[in-house]
Write a protein that binds this ligand. Structure first.
Ligand SMILES: NC(=O)c1ccc[n+]([C@@H]2O[C@H](COP(=O)([O-])OP(=O)(O)OC[C@H]3O[C@@H](n4cnc5c(N)ncnc54)[C@H](O)[C@@H]3O)[C@@H](O)[C@H]2O)c1
Length: 387
């Protein structure tokens, strides 16, 4: 039975299933064929590296010979059944979350004959998911979409929750829409071709869930041997993260809660965004910057007198080290730039820095009253340089 677990996200009127397991290509194919049999057009946006490395999965799921040449929808079928699902390869990397790729996606959806009843299939990591989701949110004022995440980060985070968008010159994720998927298919076998460094970066987000809301889960992560794409515990771990994310999203879909709510998912992220911005995008993977951000958030919580002990901090450092994730800056970054990047972060409210801190491991809260000098001290400890 390839689907091990199906979670239902219970958003009023827009609820959707998250299927988690291994070897899901036939289940996905069946679902897509059912959609098409009901008269819906389906068109797929596929990350170029996934197109290259996951030939068998794509052929089975999309019913096509996967020789995706880039811009052109495929027209050749694998034989038998209905015509193949047209697919567009999205170049790998953050630069694809752009107006240019969005416009290319819209043209592709139009050329594929998608009408208002159609559905967009996103097969890739967070980049393809965010781009395809926003293309689906905006094309014909909104069509359905189905997420097939292929990175650990996308499985536990970006494919669930409905945030979609692209980057513009002024910053990351500044243009987008809330658009919930109609279904999410998480096939852990897809992780077998993911570069190990990308898998580790996803683990930073997994660890984040334990730290922010579930001490028992955090303990499990500490006690379990190092997870990898074939680990028997991985299905349960991914399912747990999706469940936690879905619960937070249900309570505060548009991140409007005055305190707590969806903002808690940003544990470590105010620091992480500053690192990514000042180091230059690409110097650190997002999850790597989050790992350093988690350490800084834990240290900040200790300084504020919360119930985070030196032993708790050491256990976090050890867990991150198990995945070879950074715990401090590789090379010094200028303190002033880091502080001003934090001020510009879109999580800033009324000019005040808003952090997520730990009351204790497994229990995060939002805090707006951080003494200004404290953030500077923490950055210096993490390897920032003055002047
Ligand atoms: N929407 C949200 O709620 C949300 C949440 C978190 C992050 N994000 C966004 O997600 C993006 C990062 O996502 P990501 O970390 O998945 O990065 P990504 O999509 O860039 O994928 C990482 C790399 O792995 C490759 N890849 C993906 N799957 C593969 C596979 N199975 N085999 C081989 N190679 C594979 C890709 O080509 C890419 O080079 C960022 O743009 C971030 O803003 C969105």
């Amino acid at each position: 039975m390839p689907i091990d677990e199906t979670l239902q996200v219970e958003l009023a009127g827009r609820g959707y299933p998250i299927h988690i397991g291994r070897d899901l290509e036939q289940d996905l194919h069946g679902k897509l064929e059912a959609l098409r049999a009901s008269g819906k057009q389906v068109a797929a946006l596929v990350d170029a590296s996934v197109a290259e490395h996951q030939n068998r999965f794509l052929s089975a799921a999309l019913g096509q010979k996967n020789d995706m040449a880039g811009a052109q929808p495929l027209s050749e079928g694998a034989g038998g059944g209905s015509a193949p699902i047209p697919s567009l390869a999205i170049p790998s990397g953050e630069t694809s979350k752009s107006v240019g790729q969005l416009s290319r996606a819209w043209d592709f959806l139009a050329a594929s004959g998608l009408d208002r009843g159609g559905a967009v299939l996103a097969i890739g990591g967070g980049v393809t998911g965010d781009l395809a989701g926003f293309a689906a949110a905006s094309y014909l004022r909104g069509v359905d979409f189905v997420q097939v995440p292929t990175t650990l980060l996308a499985m536990v985070d970006s494919s669930v929750g409905g945030k979609t968008g692209i980057n513009i010159a002024a910053g990351k994720n500044l243009v987008g829409a809330f658009h919930q998927p109609g279904a999410v298919f998480i096939d852990l076998n897809l992780l077998r071709t993911l570069p190990p460094r990308q898998f580790a970066a996803g683990m930073a987000e997994v660890i984040k869930y334990g730290l922010l809301g579930d001490r028992r889960f955090l303990e499990q992560l500490i006690e379990t041997s190092r997870l990898d794409p074939t680990h028997p515990e991985l299905v349960a771990v991914v399912a747990h993260c999706c469940r936690m994310k879905a619960e937070v999203v249900l309570a505060d879909e548009r991140e409007t809660a005055g305190s707590g709510g969806r903002a808690l998912l940003n544990l470590g992220h105010t620091f992480a965004h500053a690192i990514e911005q000042v180091a230059g995008y690409g110097a650190y993977l997002h999850g790597e910057a989050v790992a350093i951000g988690l350490v800084l958030a834990a240290r900040l919580s200790m300084r504020m007198g919360h119930a985070v002990t030196a032993k708790d901090l050491q256990r976090l450092l050890d867990l991150l080290a198990r995945y070879e994730l950074p715990r401090r800056l590789h090379a010094p970054l200028p303190l002033e730039s880091l502080l001003s990047a934090m001020q510009r972060d879109k999580k800033t409210r009324a000019g005040k820095l808003r952090f997520v801190v730990l009351r204790s491991p497994g229990n995060a809260v939002t805090a707006d009253d951080i003494p200004p000098g404290l953030a500077a001290e923490l950055w210096l400890e993490a390897g920032a340089r003055q002047g």
